[in-house]
Design a protein around this ligand. Structure first.
Ligand SMILES: [Zn+2]
Length: 460
């Protein structure tokens, strides 16, 4: 199969220019003006943007959590991602405390058989000891899984203590991997949850009030200090606030590599949504939505190069599942449906409103994730020899987000009625048309596990 994309504006993390792009098999073969190839399919991309397929490095598909499972599986989740222009996701494997990493890997390999889009995994280390240390090395060297997620919260289920954290960092550093973290102070949060419940404060608003900014800024600073002590590179997932960003700013003044991911919801939604009684459950996630001043700090952080990646922490639950916490906010499953809207929201709110440039948009939605997570230049750019993962995007088309039209397996939208300028039109995944005329043309099982290498030397 060959495709010739004509006359589009090709955008990468560093350039934007009008050109044709020709793909053959799974790869991009030629880029240039007036390319003269006989292709199986020709797409006129006049007045359209042509950029690399989005990479969302933070999703939870079919994940066991709080007594239930997130409602998108690998098929529905990667299909929805493709509809929005995200051709690859990185999911999280959760080690069961007391069990091996390899057993957890097997469980997730079974789940991911039906993926439509490409995927990889971060390995969440929830229990660290000498045997797990050996497995960490095997994951990097043999399985192509080079990033290890840790939790500084959820004691008794997912959290490792600071002693284990430092030991893990030493092993990961030696093997060329990356430690990623959910950086919030679990003990402080647990005590605030208990206090609010004792006072009878049970609505979703108290989910927000039990996780104040300090719980995130303190843990982010502590994580950065442990990275400094072990000389290990690290990555903080779903950063929401100014205080945490300032902790990283300080670390960079010591010439440390602490990468930062924020998520679209923290850039465009704020904590006032928790004031609508149980309706606020739609946005119960951890960390919670923050204030307007934090949005300003995060957009600035993107432009300052302190925030390298915008993901989603996509973790949808049906309304019935959310109602498990009807009378107790601490029982509301955490997460919201988002993977489909990331590219369009970031374009509309970021590029279209003048907050970020077009090249910065490609950088934070695709290229940096590919570099940080060891897939560049196979993924994350439009270049000869790269995978033909291409989005053809109409920057002027206006549309409205709604549960009626989204493709995620979730019966509400956290963005209902939001008007967006810019729409994903055609999506190509490894040289095959995945999305055209709002239809997904690829079937379950098309998605490929992408073996990852070490963090690219261009960012570390
Ligand atoms: Zn997450």
């Amino acid at each position: 199969m060959s495709i010739l994309i004509k006359n589009g504006r090709v955008v990468t993390a560093s350039e934007s220019y009008i050109a044709d792009v020709y793909t053959e098999g799974e790869k991009i073969v030629a880029i240039g003006k007036n390319l003269n190839y006989q292709a199986d399919k020709v797409i006129d991309a006049t007045d359209r943007l042509v950029f690399p397929g989005g990479i969302d490095p933070h999703v939870h598909l079919d994940m066991p959590f709080m007594g239930t499972y997130s409602s998108d599986d690998y098929e529905t989740g990667t299909r929805a991602a493709l509809h929005g222009g995200t051709t690859m996701v990185i999911d999280f494997i959760l080690q069961t405390q007391g069990d091996t990493l390899h057993n957890a890997l097997k469980t997730w390999q079974d789940k991911s058989q039906k993926a439509i889009g490409d995927y990889s995994y971060h390995m969440a280390v929830t229990d660290f000891n000498e045997d797990v240390a050996k497995e960490v090395v095997q994951m990097i060297e043999e399985e192509g899984i080079s990033s290890f997620k840790t939790f500084m919260a959820y004691k008794g289920a997912l959290m490792i203590d600071d002693g284990q954290m430092v030991q893990l960092m030493k092993v990961v550093k030696k093997s060329g991997g990356l430690v990623t973290v959910h950086a919030t102070n679990g003990d402080v949060i647990d005590s605030l949850i208990a206090k609010n419940k004792a006072l009878g404060n049970m609505s979703p608003l108290y989910h927000y009030l039990s996780q104040p900014e300090v719980t995130e800024s303190e843990a982010s600073a502590r994580f950065a200090d442990m990275l400094h002590y072990t000389d290990c590179p690290g990555y903080i997932v779903h950063m929401t606030c100014e205080g945490a960003l300032n902790a990283v700013r300080k670390a960079t003044q010591r010439n440390q590599k602490v990468f930062v991911e924020t998520c679209t919801q923290y850039l465009v939604l704020d904590a006032s949504l928790y004031e609508n009684d149980f309706e606020g459950a739609k946005w119960v996630m951890s960390p919670p939505l923050r204030e307007k001043k934090d949005q300003v700090a995060l957009w600035s952080g993107i432009n300052q190069g302190l925030v390298q990646v915008v993901g989603t922490d996509h973790c949808p639950f049906m309304w019935e599942q959310k109602k498990m916490g009807k009378n107790d906010f601490s029982k509301i499953p955490n997460g919201h449906p988002a993977v489909e809207h990331r590219m369009e929201l970031l374009f509309s709110e970021g590029v279209n409103k003048g907050k970020i440039s077009l090249t910065k948009y490609v950088e934070v939605s695709s290229t940096n994730a590919a570099k940080i997570f060891g897939m560049y230049p196979r993924k994350g750019t439009i270049a000869i020899g790269s995978d033909a993962d291409v989005v053809i995007f109409d920057p002027n088309k206006e549309h409205t987000i709604s549960v009626e039209t989204h493709h995620m397996n979730c019966d509400y939208s956290g963005y209902e009625g939001m008007k967006v300028t810019g729409k994903t039109e055609t999506v190509i995944l490894r040289g095959k048309v995945a999305i055209e005329n709002e239809d997904c043309l690829l079937k379950a099982g098309h998605g490929e596990f992408i073996k990852r290498g070490k963090t690219s030397k261009t960012v570390i």
